[in-house]
Each structure stands twice: as structure tokens, then as C-alpha cells.
Design a binder for this molecule. Structure first.
Ligand code: B12
Ligand code: SF4
Length: 473
């Protein structure tokens, strides 16, 4: 029996680290003793481990992942026994190799022999949910089956990591087998979270939907008096629904909630397919949508504003509720979260974050909210995003107390001066000697006073990082 430690670095993680849960199942099957921990733990580090597995997820959390690897390095006989894998490690393996001593396993654990000479493919194992009960951290949702029915994707969008992570589109273990095994081993769960990248791309999807229905997730399904839901968490491909209207009908036979579509960019073709698929789904009785909207890739602020208006229009026209979920693009090669694309400005990205602060990164489906929060015109939208953080966040409080004075001054700037000013704000944000820099400035001084009163940064304006609306520093 060997002592195995599984570590998830203490980055914010919503769902359980399924890779580690599967590795736990594998080692328990071999009768090893398995311990799971989040982050750095002094008592755990002081023990001796035969092997330590460290997960990775987002590339911008790799610096923290490397710190965690180094932290536990002394708890094994040789750093050959520190095994690192997962999404981040697959996207940027050399970042880890160059900064820490460990073994990096790239890609899915879907072949024999990856964890030892005789190890079986880990990807097909049933996650060991029981290790989650040994820690305090609250993964959400707790009471759900997490499944993947397919891997990869039929498309290869330039902004997406999936084509790099999972090169071939294909099926995994059947959904009823996955649900059945978890049910037998760890008990029944209330809801079903499907993590597939593009589930509708699979041939014969209606059969998969029928299986989901058969497993107790039919439309209106309840368990112990509580409604159940199926969440295709990574979104459904609107283009496929628009091309095959029957899909909307199949989806309406299960307790899908909310419907998540992707509205990642606006070409006339994409917009047409998006509108059409929503009409089809609304026609099948779906009223709640949470739709992903990528921005800061090759779109512009005008493009995002347009998509917000499309949602507003559909909400009003069809009497449905589309909650927008803007997702700021971060390149797959970035270990920081400060990327600003050509068509965006740092201040505008920060402005979006401030607008969404109160709503956990979501855009309310209420048309009046959208117009009030983001502006009734595109010009108003840009002006709101340019405002100092607190004028955006506490709009009412500052309306006649700073914001109107700011607006007057800002509107006096010509367009090129506004550009120059926005550029200056971006530079000041990164400036370690900000106060001195501001002291030395003559231009824009009175406007800057609204952002940095007396040259000071007002802290605690942007509080907790919200899901889907990651902090831009
Ligand atoms: C589920 C998911 C989420 C969940 C949360 C995940 C979590 N655990 O908290 C939610 C919906 C919250 C989410 C949010 C976001 N996500 Co996301 N998400 C995913 C998704 C679909 C699956 C990740 C996962 O949990 N997989 C489960 C495990 C079992 O499968 P796996 O990762 O394939 O693991 C295999 C191997 O990697 C390996 N393995 C896994 N762990 C380990 C550990 C060890 C030690 C070893 C050896 C091997 C190993 O073995 C596994 C079995 O084969 C991926 C896409 C993808 N297909 O991977 C995107 C992905 C990770 N997300 C991404 C992004 C961009 C986001 C958002 C930033 C979107 C946004 N702009 O708002 C937010 C970030 C929120 C935040 N915290 O800041 C990007 C990351 C790109 C990057 N630069 O890192 C990805 C790759 C999607 C994409 N299309 O590009 N996400
Ligand atoms: S359709 Fe979705 S999962 Fe597939 S490549 Fe495009 S963004 Fe990625």
C-alpha cells in the first residue's frame, strides 16, 4: 500500500477536479491510501508521500500551480514522483517544466501505462466523489452527476482551447453507464451536469437525449419533491439547432435548464442562426436562457453592445429571459489575465467588470436593466465604461456627486484626446510609481482626479472576483 496525495492548487474552482477524482478511483482500486487536499497545507507537507499528483486548470493559474508544486517537492523521495496534469499543464507544459521539477503528463489520461507500467486508462474510470467529503471547500453544485459523453469538437474556433486539448471528436462511455455506476457506488444525485464541448455535434444525439430522459431526467422531472435539471454547461451550438429544428423538440423532452447557447461573435450568418435557434427553442416552451458571449477576441465594443441589444430584442419579442454571460477572452498562452485585444481598451474591459459586479458576471434579462446598466445608445455604452469604477458601481450615489462633473469634462475631449486619455489610464493602472507619475502630469489632471483622488488608488472598489467576469488588473 502506498501513500498517495492528490492536490488541487487553491485557485477558485467551481466544479470538483474530475481528473483527480478519477486518479483517486484508480489508486483506491490498487488499495493505496489516498488523501486529497486543496492548496498548501503545512501538516500534509510534513508527511512522507510515495507519490503526489497536482492538478492544473486555467493557464493564468499556472504561476500558483508552480508554487504548489514547489511547496510539496520535499515531501517525496524524488521529484519524479510529483505528477502534474490537467488543462493548464496540457496547454503550457513547458511553463511548468521550466519553473518546477516534476513530471508533466500532457493530454487526457486515456491510454494504458500513463501512471505506471500496468495502469489502465484513467479517463474511463468513475470519479471517486467520496474524497470531496474529506475537505471543507464547497464545490458547486454538490448534488450532481458530472459527465462527458463526447470529447473534442466538430469545429475549431480560433479562440478556443478545445481543438488543442482534445484533437479528435468522438464518443466516451455511454451516459447511462456513467450515471448508473455513480449511482451504484456513491448514491443517486439530483441533477446532471454535462461538460461536453459540443454535444449536439454527435451523430444520433436524439439517442443520447433519450438515455438522459430514461435515467430520470425527463421534462418536469422531480426527485424527493424537488425539480431536477440537466445543464449542458459548456453551451449548445446554436448553428446546429438552426440547421436541424428537430433538435429543439428533442431537447424539450428533458428537464434542460437553463438553455445555454453561445453567441460568441456577430457575423450576419451567426446572428441569423442564433435568432432562429432561440425562436425554435422558445417555440418548444423554453423560457430561460443563459447565453455565453465571448468578447475581447477579434470583436469590438460595438459588437458586444450589438449582441446585448439582440438579446434585449428577443426577450421583448418572445417573452423569454435571456441572461447574458459575457466571457472575456484570455489567450491560451497567457499566464496572466491582463490581455487587451486591439479593438478593446483596458478601461472598457474594466468598465464591463464594474457593470457586472453586482450580478455575478451576468447580464440580467430585464431590458430596462440592460438599457440602464449599459446605456441606451452605443455612445452612452462607451461613456459608461470609461467612468471611474465607483461611478459605475454606485451609479445612483455618484450621479450628482462627481459623475456629472466627470461627464462634462470627458465630453469636452475630442475623440483623439479621449483615446489618449484611455491609453493613459491603461498605463497608469500598471504603473508601480503611479502617484509620482500623476504628480508629474499636466495634461488630464482634473479628469484623473476622479480616478485617483489626490493621486491615490481607491481600493476595495472591485471586490470579490465573480464567475465569468474575471478580474482584470
Ligand atoms: C468545466 C469547465 C469549466 C467550469 C469550471 C471548471 C472547474 N473545475 O472549476 C466553469 C463552467 C465554471 C468554467 C469557467 C470558465 N472557463 Co472553463 N472549462 C471547463 C471545461 C469544459 C472542462 C474542464 C474540466 O473540469 N474537465 C474535467 C476533467 C476530468 O477533464 P479534463 O480536463 O479533460 O482532464 C483530463 C486530462 O486533462 C487529465 N487530467 C485532469 N486533471 C489531471 C490531474 C493530473 C495530476 C493528471 C496527471 C492529469 C489530469 O486527465 C483527465 C482525464 O482524461 C474546459 C474545456 C475542456 N474541454 O477541457 C473549459 C476551459 C478550461 N475553460 C476555459 C475558460 C476560458 C473558462 C472561463 C475563463 C470562461 C470565461 N471567460 O468566463 C471561466 C473561468 C472562471 C474562473 N474561475 O475564472 C478554457 C481555459 C483556457 C485557458 N487559457 O486556460 C477552457 C479550456 C475552455 C476553452 N474552450 O477554451 N469552465
Ligand atoms: S464550437 Fe465551442 S468547443 Fe468547439 S471549437 Fe468552437 S468554441 Fe470550442
Amino acid at each position: 500500500m502506498r501513500n498517495i496525495l492528490l492536490v488541487e492548487p487553491d485557485y477558485r474552482s467551481k466544479f470538483p477536479p474530475l481528473g483527480l477524482l478519477k486518479i483517486a478511483a484508480y489508486h483506491k482500486e490498487r488499495r493505496d491510501s489516498v488523501t486529497f487536499v486543496r492548496g498548501r497545507d503545512e501538516a500534509i507537507r510534513s508527511l512522507h508521500w510515495h507519490r503526489i499528483y497536482i492538478a492544473s486548470l486555467f493557464t493564468w493559474e499556472l504561476p500558483r500551480t508552480v508554487q504548489t508544486i514547489k511547496y510539496y517537492a520535499s515531501s517525496v523521495d524524488s521529484t519524479d514522483q510529483v505528477i502534474v496534469g490537467g488543462v493548464g499543464a496540457t496547454l503550457l507544459p513547458d511553463y511548468i517544466r521550466n519553473n518546477a521539477s516534476c513530471v508533466v503528463i500532457e493530454g487526457p489520461l486515456d491510454k494504458r501505462g500513463l501512471l505506471g507500467p500496468d495502469s489502465r486508462p484513467i479517463a474511463e474510470m468513475i470519479p471517486d466523489y467520496s474524497i470531496l467529503d474529506t475537505i471543507q471547500y464547497d464545490y458547486k453544485p454538490r448534488d450532481a452527476y458530472f459527465v462527458r459523453i463526447t470529447k473534442g469538437c466538430i469545429r475549431s474556433c480560433k479562440f478556443c482551447a478545445v481543438p488543442k486539448l482534445e484533437k479528435k471528436f468522438g464518443r466516451l462511455t455511454k451516459v447511462d453507464e456513467q450515471i448508473g455506476s455513480v449511482k451504484r457506488k456513491y448514491g443517486e444525485r439530483q441533477n446532471l451536469i454535462v461538460l461536453d464541448n459540443n454535444i449536439l455535434g454527435i451523430d444520433g444525439i436524439e439517442n443520447e437525449i433519450a438515455e438522459i430522459r430514461r435515467m430520470g431526467f425527463e421534462r418536469g422531472a422531480k426527485r424527493n419533491g424537488r425539480k431536477r435539471y440537466v445543464d449542458f454547461n459548456q453551451g449548445l451550438d446554436a448553428r446546429l439547432i438552426s440547421e436541424n429544428p428537430e433538435l429543439a423538440r428533442h431537447l424539450s423532452t428533458i428537464c434542460l435548464s437553463p438553455v445555454r447557447l453561445a453567441f460568441d461573435f456577430t457575423t450576419a450568418k451567426m446572428e441569423k442562426a442564433y435568432r432562429h435557434s432561440i425562436e425554435l427553442l422558445a417555440g418548444q416552451g423554453f423560457g430561460e436562457f443563459t447565453n455565453y458571449m465571448l468578447f475581447n477576441f477579434d470583436d469590438s465594443p460595438r459588437d458586444l453592445y450589438h449582441r446585448l441589444l439582440v438579446n434585449t430584442e428577443l426577450n421583448e419579442k418572445l417573452g423569454i429571459r435571456i441572461t447574458g454571460f459575457p466571457m472575456r477572452f484570455i489567450p491560451m498562452t497567457d499566464v496572466k489575465r491582463d490581455y487587451v485585444s486591439d479593438k478593446w481598451r483596458w478601461r472598457y474591459l474594466r468598465g464591463i467588470q464594474c457593470v457586472l459586479l453586482a450580478t455575478h458576471g451576468l447580464v440580467s434579462p430585464n431590458p430596462d436593466f440592460i438599457r440602464a446598466a449599459f446605456g441606451a445608445t452605443y455612445e452612452e455604452f462607451l461613456e459608461i465604461l470609461a467612468m471611474p469604477d465607483r461611478y459605475i458601481i454606485y451609479r445612483k450615489e455618484y450621479k450628482n456627486n462627481g459623475a456629472s462633473e466627470w461627464r462634462k469634462k470627458y465630453r469636452r475631449l475630442t475623440e483623439p484626446s479621449q483615446e489618449e486619455f484611455l491609453e493613459l489610464l491603461a498605463e497608469l493602472n500598471k504603473d508601480r510609481n503611479r502617484r509620482e507619475t500623476i504628480d508629474g502630469l499636466r495634461k488630464f489632471r482634473s479628469l484623473l482626479e476622479h480616478y485617483y483622488p489626490n493621486g491615490e488608488t481607491l481600493r476595495a472598489e472591485i471586490g470579490q472576483e465573480k464567475e465569468g467576469n474575471q478580474r482584470i488588473t
